[in-house]
Design a protein around this ligand. Structure first.
Ligand SMILES: Cc1ncc(COP(=O)(O)O)c(C=O)c1O
Length: 445
């Protein structure tokens, strides 16, 4: 007989209905890794084990899990007003969040457009770049320059400027008019560098060559992550971002920093732009904006970009772009509560002050078997392992599985293991994380 209880049980155990994102489905469904709770820097697995969260979820839970201030704010907002249309209407908290974000953004970046995910933020930034140039009478600026190994989400725009081969190869011809800078990962010269590597500023000069090839007056924007994260944490060579900035300024090209991972304290300042002293024309933000509690993202830009659209009759819509859920009330409530926590607990400063200890723990893995590089900046770092012949990524994946079995969740990116703990992590929790990872690397041959 089928009872309600047995049905519920059957539903919980049926993993087949879900097509999971960026997941090895068949492996997962044989040995599911199910999380049912979260608190501080820990997840609770379905079997009751406490799992250290070495990756702040997916680089987003910067203030740690289970923050009551955030969940209470979401609940209160849901009770007061569940949803407000974002087209031709507004709600006060959306304006407040925009000005709060502008208040911590680098000087000159003071206007915010809201979306829901990093991918949407990237596609929005690319569209704003095109429309901005067109509004100023430079409609011929239609090209985008991304970078090899870059990750800008999975929309057609982000995928096209992105440079992770596996994320592109199944999906056709991409946006036209996109070129790519070389990546800056230079194991021969920079392996085991601490912080920003010394070599590689000249990788930025390739932008001049690309400008010459296409004629710079056809290029709308250059987009890079200040620190590529999803490809395995590649800190920029010293001077590299400034050189990109200089070349873009020289040719009137917009520079977009994708700060979806690096924003909100990850590299020891509110944004990587501040940490590295290089200000882009636009930056994309997401993840840490709401501590991962409600999907939300944004594009932060200089006033000049906004002003370029303020032409034509006042009753006419200036930018034909937006999302049903732009500045969703629940996301905005989560965002405001999250920014309060960052401020009240000085979490960006905390990230900076934990960096030396984090760096030491990461580099302590240099002598573990198969380690060919260790990289770090702020509270993001990676250990790269040599690939097994004919199986790139498999050794990294096996270490990821072993870590989970031993009580640590972290991200594997090919054969690199990336760490980015919540910014509330303590030194002893970082030690526990590093010890599990080091042991797992030694266990997995
Ligand atoms: C730099 C960067 N841009 C964009 C994205 C895409 O964000 P989302 O997964 O929210 O679409 C990510 C996600 O990891 C990212 O790291």
């Amino acid at each position: 007989m089928t009872t309600a209880a047995s049905l519920a049980h059957a539903d919980i155990n049926n993993l087949e209905s879900l097509f999971m994102p960026f997941t090895a489905q068949r492996q997962f469904k044989k040995e599911p890794r199910l999380l049912v709770g979260a608190e501080g820097v820990h997840y609770i697995a379905r079997d009751g084990r406490r799992i250290l969260d070495g990756s702040a979820g997916l680089w987003c839970v910067n203030a740690g899990h289970g923050r009551k201030e955030i969940s209470e704010a979401i609940k209160a907002q849901a009770d007061q007003m569940d949803y407000a249309p974002s087209f031709q209407m507004g709600h006060p908290a959306a304006f407040e969040l925009a000005s709060r974000v502008a208040g911590i953004a680098p000087k000159g970046l003071d206007t915010v457009f809201f979306a829901n995910s990093g991918s949407e933020a990237v596609d929005t930034a690319l569209k704003i770049a095109l429309a901005y140039h067109r509004a100023r009478g430079q409609a011929e600026r239609v090209r985008f320059i991304g970078r090899e190994r870059g990750y800008h989400g999975i929309g057609f725009g982000g995928m096209s400027v992105g440079g992770i081969k596996a994320n592109r190869k199944m999906f056709g011809t991409m946006l036209p008019g996109v070129d790519h800078l070389p990546h800056t990962h230079d194991l021969a010269r920079n392996a085991f560098a601490r912080g920003l590597p010394d070599h590689g500023v000249e990788f930025a000069d390739r932008l001049e060559a690309i400008c010459e090839l296409h004629d710079p007056s056809t290029i709308a924007a250059v987009i890079v992550e200040p620190v590529p994260g999803s490809t395995g944490v590649l800190p920029p060579p010293k001077g590299y971002l400034q050189r990109l900035r200089d070349i873009c300024t020289k040719h009137g090209i917009l520079l977009i920093f994708d700060e979806v991972i690096t924003g909100f304290g990850r590299v020891g300042a509110a944004f990587a732009s501040e940490a590295f002293g290089v200000t882009p024309d636009m930056m994309t933000i997401a993840k840490g904006l709401t501590n991962g509690a409600v999907p939300a993202s944004g594009i932060v830009m200089g006033r000049g970009i906004y002003d370029a659209f303020m032409t034509g009759p006042e009753w006419a819509i200036e930018l034909a772009h937006g999302y049903t859920y732009s500045a969703h009330p629940l996301a905005v409530a989560a965002g405001l509560a999250t920014l309060d926590i960052y401020r009240d607990e000085n979490l960006f400063e905390r990230s900076a002050s934990l960096t030396p200890k984090f760096e030491a723990l990461m580099h302590d893995m240099a002598d573990a078997p198969n380690v060919i590089d260790v990289r770090n900046v702020g509270l993001m770092g990676a250990v790269e392992l040599s690939a097994r012949p004919g199986e790139p990524g498999k050794r990294g994946f096996d270490v990821f599985l072993e870590c989970f079995a031993q009580g640590l969740y972290l991200r594997s990116a090919g054969d690199s293991l990336a760490m980015s703990p919540p910014l509330i992590v303590t030194e002893s929790e970082m030690e526990q994380m590093a010890a599990i990872l080091k042991k797992a690397i030694a266990t997995v041959s």
